[in-house]
Write a protein of this length. Structure first.
Length: 311
């Protein structure tokens, strides 16, 4: 039985007026009539006698009214119990924890959350299937990745920024851009960008591609398969440009070889962002963790300001 249809019948039985009941339920009168008809078909009984001026409960309607309240109350009680069980179980979080920026912030936030709430967190390893499917199915409660916001909106998932890092252009030391102090997006219009193809890099690439389009061009690309960070950072560039986040540790190490150069992108929006992705219905349950993440971000920012301050 549709519990919401039963709840609507209770209101109608108390009002004995379709217009008044529909107003109380914040719905249209035709919708209320349609739901009543569906309930009557499901029960195989006529519940209401209706005339042009009034309505009355039938004998079956009066009998159902006596038990309907008990059914709805028991359903609500069960739902509250299930919500309490759900709230008590550990939050299960999936994401790209091999990413140093994601792992650093999440480690701090998890420690703060556990200390403040005495609650458990469980971290799920990626098993290669679509984690957004796992999120929608309730297998995980939160997912962290460099996702494409447009795709998240299409799937009606909620999201908020987690970490955001500036992008740089990585080129061979003999490339025409190698000795520039900085470059603009327009400088990349005639360049070929390395597009790594893997579960890890595909969502991030979509963000980079969107930035190119926002600056008026569709990027020319050279697809390269990448299964791990070694392939990702050591692949020959062959005159192409690799766009990636400046904070990646391997970038600084590879520059020491003298074979590559790293050039900042001048635009303020030249950033790549990892998002916290969650079901809208879970926002209240995740509020404590979000507070811990905001506190961890604040501490990281304070430390950065101290390190950048002149002695």
């Amino acid at each position: 039985m549709n519990i919401e249809h039963a709840r609507e019948f209770l209101t109608l039985a108390q009002c004995l007026n379709f217009t008044e009941a529909a107003n109380d339920l914040n719905m249209t009168q035709p919708a209320l009539s349609k739901h009543l008809a569906a309930l009557e078909r499901e029960l195989g009984a006529k519940l209401v006698d209706r005339t042009r001026k009034s309505i009355q409960l039938t004998e079956e309607g009066r009998m159902f009214f006596e038990t309907c309240g008990i059914i709805v109350n028991q359903y609500d009680k069960m739902q509250r119990a299930l919500d309490e069980i759900k709230a008590a179980r550990p939050l299960k979080i999936g994401g790209r924890f091999d990413d140093a920026d994601v792992a650093t912030l999440m480690s701090m936030a998890a420690m703060m959350y556990r200390n403040a709430h005495r609650s458990s967190l469980a971290f799920a390893r990626s098993d290669g299937h679509d984690e957004l499917d796992a999120l929608e199915a309730g297998e995980i409660d939160l997912y962290i990745d460099y996702a494409n916001p447009a795709r998240l909106k299409e799937r009606k998932l909620s999201f908020r920024p987690f970490v955001s890092n500036p992008l740089v252009a990585i080129v061979g030391s003999d490339h025409g851009l190698a000795h520039r102090a900085r470059i603009e997006w327009e400088d990349l219009k005639n360049e070929t960008l390395v597009k790594f193809v893997s579960d890890k890099t595909n969502p991030a690439w979509e963000q980079i591609e969107e930035l190119c389009r926002a600056h008026g061009f569709a990027p020319k690309t050279r697809p390269v398969s990448s299964l791990n960070d070694v392939e990702f950072f050591s692949t020959p560039l062959h005159g192409s440009v690799l766009i990636w986040k400046r904070t990646q540790k391997q970038i600084g190490l590879l520059l020491e070889t003298g074979q590559r150069a790293c050039v900042p992108l001048a635009s303020e929006n030249a950033r790549i962002t990892a998002y916290l992705v969650f079901r809208p219905s879970d926002e209240a349950r995740l509020a404590g963790l979000f507070e811990a993440i905001d506190e961890a971000k604040s501490l990281i920012e304070k430390r950065k300001r101290r390190e950048d301050a002149p002695e």
